[in-house]
Design a protein around this ligand. Structure first.
Ligand SMILES: *[C@@H]1O[C@H](CO)[C@@H](O)[C@H](O)[C@H]1NC(C)=O
Ligand SMILES: *[C@@H]1O[C@H](CO)[C@@H](O)[C@H](O)[C@H]1NC(C)=O
Length: 729
């Protein structure tokens, strides 16, 4: 991510008008309950009657946004891990409002989410059993202090948890972010400098920018920095920074703390060519490169979503829910064994635990840009409704998120997650025989996968997170980056004018616009439960073996694989190395295949990047969970957020790196694997005015988990089974 929820100052009736607009925008769907209904479409079409088609979520041509929204007023939890419902959130709100801590004061709720039952209760639960007691976990701020509370919805009991000493603050509320952006207007100095720079106050767009922690200046008060842009003549105001102007705001008192105004001589880049909306493209300049394309499933999709959250597809079954902080949570991922028919555990819980996005410009208006998008902004809170047909294909199913606003009111984020089957024309497995064998064999199976997708727009940047399940047991976790760069204004219009390239801290992308170099790290929490909770982690070290002098082999060297089981956490702190490679296995030491290999899954890194910042640079201390690409910790309910529970302005004393230093035993224990996917981003001109998606991924792949190829017996495609659209070639 880069910057933040922005917010235009239309100055209707200032703060309240704007807040009201924003809140109505966020809360509208939960209002009047109306029964879900199917839209008119040919009833005889299998496309329309298939179980998973929720027609009311399809955008109708020429109508804005989803016209019919799902009614969540009557949702009831049916699985121990189901998220809090609208009714449950309302009840939490009521119970809290009469609690001693809140009764007499203003308070804000920063988190209201399901307090998941103990793992053993969830593992022991079967459909039809009564649900374990429903509880909510709440993070609230009252009179300048943060509290963690548990609300038991069955007994109506509210318990205040001890959190001990912590330096940071909870995830900002949407209200924090919006109020921060209007606070600068209290200052006549601010108003004057905006006008002096030739910007009309009605053309301002400002972003709330988390400021990390650099020492004394950030201590003892919850603060934020605000920077502004001109949105005159463009919706892409990000490309028109009012450079060097930074307003530090106290988030609790809502007052200006400091104004730093250093860029007065830097022009605001022009609006020309910054718009990216199709509707504004000149008709004769539209480039049509492709014929229309979509995937048809005349018999309907091959997946069902039972009880709103349980996804069953091919040989997979898992629980899926939106989450305000992580975006989505995949739980209890299990795979059906082709030989025994039994559902086997693979992963108890997987999620994006934290992001770390440091910018590489140490100057006054930039040094603090070292975002942690999950813990500071709420990765799920920033996930906007997906655009049917474009964000996800036509055959997608959409899931809504139900969250709580700062005052505890439930609201619905519609179409936040999509689930669809993907067929990219790839091959699941194949073999063909050459004619020299005399055998005419061509055996090929097409690859179809199931994708769970969400996209978070953390202000300018867009993150697309895919969990892709394959029938052969592989899970691919992919992160795509798109959206708009966070850019810096400059007096330069051409690289000819630049004497010292180092002073740019990036690339000149357009006249007066620098794309600043930055990194993105996304750290995933993967509670693997391979055929049971107790697992071990091993590095399978791939090394050069040397043939001995006495050997009769003409070879001098070969590769050998040595399995080294990590006994404690420190032995599982992994830095990836191309010339000293390892495989990374999570295996169940007590469960073996027919021929004696322990059943396992391996973590397979894809393209990634490692942070090169100084380990004692303050941002890197807070982002120390990126110091290794892989970590393994023993399962601990309270170690879920890699940067700490209270990550905002934290000093880095509660990160994965600190937990792992305890060096606890991890052999044959319930373990959690952490994997960090990284990107270095040196911007280029193609990233202007909006970036084509850049993706990277890693895999969780079965390793001796099955007795043999688990999709050996699946049939190939035959023409007659396929939909009517025939290729003319
Ligand atoms: C700054 O400008 C805004 C918009 O015109 C106005 O509402 C506000 O009162 C001004 N602030 C000061 C201190 O004059
Ligand atoms: C669980 O995690 C918390 C937070 O890191 C820690 O205080 C506690 O000691 C941990 N428990 C164990 C058994 O490691």
């Amino acid at each position: 991510m880069e910057a933040r929820i922005f917010f235009r100052f239309l100055f209707l009736s200032l703060t309240f008008g704007i807040l009201f607009l924003l809140l109505t925008w966020l809360t509208f769907p939960h209002a009047p309950p109306s029964p879900p209904e199917l839209l008119d479409c040919p009833r005889n079409s299998p496309w329309c009657i298939s179980k998973n088609r929720f027609q009311h979520q399809l955008k109708q041509p020429n109508t804005p946004e989803p016209t019919r929204l799902r009614d969540h007023g009557r949702d009831t939890p049916r699985h121990p891990l189901d998220p809090l419902t609208v009714q449950e959130i309302s009840k939490v709100r009521t119970l809290l409002s009469s609690h001693d801590l809140f009764r007499a004061s203003l308070y804000t709720l920063h988190t209201v989410e399901l307090d998941e039952p103990e793992k053993s209760l969830v593992l022991g639960w079967k459909k039809g059993d009564p649900l374990p007691p429903r509880k909510a976990s709440v993070v609230a701020r009252v009179r300048g202090a943060s509290h963690v509370l548990t609300v038991d919805l069955s007994t109506n009991e509210v318990t205040v948890q001890k959190t001990g000493q912590h330096s940071g603050y909870p995830t900002m509320t949407i209200e924090d972010m919006t109020t921060a952006t209007v606070v600068p207007l209290q200052s006549a100095v601010f108003n004057r400098t905006i006008v002096d720079r030739g910007v009309d106050l009605t053309d301002l767009a400002c972003l709330p920018i988390s400021l990390g922690w650099f020492g004394k200046a950030e201590e003892g008060r919850r603060m934020i920095k605000v920077q502004c842009y001109s949105m005159k003549d463009t919706v892409n105001f990000y490309m028109r920074p009012i450079e060097g102007l930074t307003i530090t705001v106290d988030l609790d008192t809502k007052q200006v703390v400091e104004i730093s105004d250093k860029g007065k001589t830097i022009p605001i880049p022009k609006a020309t060519n910054t718009d990216y909306r199709f509707s504004t493209m000149e008709h004769n300049r539209v480039i049509n490169l492709l014929n229309p394309i979509s995937i048809e499933q005349p018999k309907g999709p091959s997946f069902v979503i039972e009880d709103d959250h349980l996804v069953k597809w091919a040989n997979w079954e898992f629980h899926l829910k939106p989450d305000a902080r992580a975006g989505v949570i995949i739980s209890r991922a299990r795979m059906r064994d082709p030989d025994t028919g039994e559902l086997r555990n693979v992963m108890y819980k997987g999620l994006a635990s934290e992001l770390f996005v440091p910018y590489m410009d140490p100057t006054d208006a930039w040094y603090f840009k070292t975002y942690m998008d999950a813990g500071e902004y709420g990765f799920g809170l920033q996930a906007m409704p997906l655009d049917p047909l474009n964000d996800c294909p036509r055959n997608a199913y959409y899931m809504d998120g139900v969250f709580a606003a700062a005052d505890g009111t439930p609201y619905v984020r519609s179409n936040m997650v999509c689930v669809f089957e993907s067929y990219a024309g790839d091959i699941a497995w194949r073999h063909a025989e050459s004619p020299i064998t005399g055998m005419d064999i061509r055996e090929v199976r097409p690859k179809v996968t199931l994708v769970v997708r969400m996209a978070a727009s953390v202000a300018n940047y867009d993150y697309i997170v895919d969990w892709e399940f394959q029938t052969d047991g592989l899970i691919r976790i992919k992160v795509g980056l798109s959206g708009i760069l966070m850019v810096k204004g400059t007096q330069y219009e051409n690289t000819d004018q630049i004497s010292n390239q180092d002073d740019l801290y990036g690339t000149l992308l357009s006249e007066n616009v620098i794309g600043v170099i930055h990194d993105h790290y996304i750290t995933f929490y993967l509670d693997m439960d391979v055929d049971g909770s107790d697992n071990s982690f091993a590095k399978v070290h791939i090394q050069r073996g040397k043939t001995s002098q006495e050997s009769s082999s003409p070879r001098k060297s070969y590769l050998k694989a040595t399995k080294i089981v990590a006994k404690t956490e420190k032995e599982a702190q992994i830095k990836l190395k191309l010339y000293d490679p390892c495989e990374f296995h999570v295996f169940n030491p007590t469960k073996k295949t027919r021929v004696g290999n322990p059943v396992g899954y391996k973590v397979v890194p894809g393209g990634t990047a490692a942070s090169l910042l100084d380990l004692d640079d303050p941002p890197q201390k807070r982002g120390a969970f990126t110091n290794n690409q892989i970590w393994v910790t023993p399962y601990n309910r309270s170690e879920l957020w890699a940067g700490g529970l209270f990550v905002y302005q934290s000093h880095g004393e509660d990160t994965l790196a600190v937990w792992s230093e305890r060096d606890r035993d991890i052999e044959n224990k319930d373990i959690v694997v952490w994997y960090t996917l990284g990107f270095h981003h040196v911007p280029c001109q193609e990233d202007y005015p909006i970036m084509p998606t850049v993706s990277s991924s890693f895999d969780l792949k079965p390793v001796n988990f099955f007795e043999s190829n688990p999709i050996l017996r699946v049939p190939p495609n035959v023409e007659n089974d396929l939909p009517f659209c025939k290729s003319p070639y």
